[in-house]
Design a protein around this ligand. Structure first.
Ligand code: FAD
Length: 443
């Protein structure tokens, strides 16, 4: 069959790779998948080489395909039989191998209709007839439609306080290749942030033989909760159709009855619908008051990870505090940090050999210093959503430009589209989004 429709996807993490897999199964479609990092199919989450970085979702829920929930566990049974437990938490790098294998299978089966193109996209323009993508080396790709699958961005510009500190003392991007190599085995470390990124960093430091002590500091000092050792298997239970504060009351009651883990799982299938029904003001209230609590209960860590952390807390090597950094200055062989514990007026001063930014991926794409996001915002091809969670897109994933018009040639997928549905960061949601978008693009 001659190709009749062309689609270019920028970014080959899980979102871009799975969309390409779905599209490649449809006759008459030719796909170009563009990725700037050396390996396709991994992205930030699954590109880790640290075996201690485990999935934070049980394997039984990590199938790449919404209509085949057992697919990942069957793949494990064939390729990593010791991990083939639907209730278990596999290493993230193993999941990365799974996605890469799916992509390779799709390339082989598509007989030239799925092209993997290595390179960095620096510009995307979507005109009336075509979408055009320019790569850093000058190559150009034209397609009927383009999809942005840029995913989790590296952290943006550091807090100006840390700009005073030498770059080998303040590690702004802990995911940059070799960044953590700068940490010496006995270093006293300040981790700015106490969420999943902080936990990833601590596990990676442990794996490289670090034996020092660390303080994880965040505004509230909240730590992600752990999954229940035994899965509670909570069925769907729709939240009441009421105001946000009444919903919260009902949710609290449910926690009393079922425990917070099951209460959280029960509402997960309805989270997108609830978010879509909130107006901007209510969404803002949710983000301001509830988000920190939401994040630590919704995005839980694997049981084994929680056990490892417990050992670090008990030995005094890791502690977590709520507070605010007020001043930073270079110290002798390190960094002097004045920080004010939560609820206190007095700042305390501490010395650290290394400070690591663990605040996580940059959410506000308009602040990204990278070439493509800058071009997209400066040209007005995209605009930020009102709450700066990502890109403004319509319910079908089509990008809305600065002029407020929906662009019929440009789409977005994955965490970039969080503003539209809120719950669009993890595989169980993105896999449905990828399947549905493939359907829509080829309808
Ligand atoms: C550390 C971490 C751990 C996670 N763990 C889990 C988990 O256990 N379970 C779960 O369900 N979810 C997890 N998530 C959520 C995760 O967001 C999704 O699972 C999914 O990986 C998102 O994929 P993505 O393709 O949208 O983004 P990404 O994985 O970030 O991929 C985006 C890709 O786009 C490429 N790219 C960006 N800009 C350009 C450009 N200009 N030109 C070319 N290529 C470009 C990048 O190199 C990257 O490969 C985790 C997230 C993080 C950050």
């Amino acid at each position: 069959l001659a190709a009749t429709q062309t689609i270019a996807i920028v970014g080959a993490g899980y979102s871009g790779a799975l969309l390409a897999v779905h599209l490649s199964r449809r006759p008459g479609v030719k796909v170009t998948l563009i990725e700037r990092s050396p390996v396709f199919g991994l992205g930030l989450a699954y590109g880790t080489t640290c075996p201690m970085h485990l999935l934070n979702v049980r394997s039984g829920r990590m199938s790449a395909f919404p209509d085949d929930p057992g697919h990942f566990v069957r793949w494990l049974a064939e390729h990593e039989p010791q991990l083939a437990d639907p209730e278990g938490f596999a290493p993230r790098m193993v999941f990365g191998r799974y996605v890469r294998a799916l992509l390779q299978e799709a390339v082989d089966a598509a007989e030239g209709r799925l092209e993997l193109m290595a390179g960095e996209a620096v510009a995307v323009d979507a005109g009336p007839d075509q979408a055009r993508i320019t790569l850093a080396d000058g190559r150009k790709v034209s397609a009927d439609r383009a999809v942005l699958a840029l995913g989790n961005r590296p952290p943006g510009e550091p807090d100006p306080e840390f700009a005073k500190v030498p770059v080998d003392r303040f590690l702004n991007d802990p995911w940059a290749p070799g960044a953590l190599d700068k940490v010496k085995p006995a270093d006293e470390v300040l981790l700015v942030g106490s969420g999943l990124t902080m936990i990833d960093v601590v596990l990676a430091l442990e794996a490289q033989g670090w034996m020092g002590r660390a303080l994880a500091l965040s505004r509230r000092g909240l730590l992600p909760r752990a999954h229940d050792p035994v899965q509670a298997h909570a069925g769907p239970n729709p939240p009441p159709d009421e105001t946000l504060s009444q919903r919260l009351k009902a949710f609290r009651r449910r926690i009393g009855e079922r425990g917070w883990g099951a209460a959280m799982d029960e509402i997960r299938p309805f989270n997108q619908a609830v978010w879509r029904a909130l107006d901007t003001q209510e969404r803002r209230r949710f983000l301001r008051h509830l988000r920190p609590w939401w994040d630590v209960h919704r995005h839980r860590v694997a049981v084994g990870v929680a056990e490892g952390l417990r050992g670090l807390f008990e030995s005094g090597r890791l502690s977590v505090a709520g507070g605010k950094i007020v001043r930073v200055e270079p110290g002798s062989a390190g960094v002097l940090v004045d920080w004010r514990p939560r609820g206190s007026r007095e700042a305390v001063r501490a010395h650290f050999e290394r400070v690591i930014n663990c605040t996580g991926p940059l959410a506000d794409l308009s602040k990204s210093p990278e070439a493509l996001p800058r071009q997209l915002f400066e040209s007005g091809v995209v605009r930020a959503d009102p709450l700066r969670l990502g890109l403004d897109v319509d319910a079908g994933g089509r990008v809305i430009g600065r002029d407020g018009r929906v662009n019929p040639r440009l789409y977005a997928i994955g965490p970039l589209t969080k503003a539209e549905s809120w719950e669009m960061v993890a595989v169980p949601e993105i896999r449905s989004q990828a399947a549905e978008l493939a359907e829509r693009l080829t309808a």
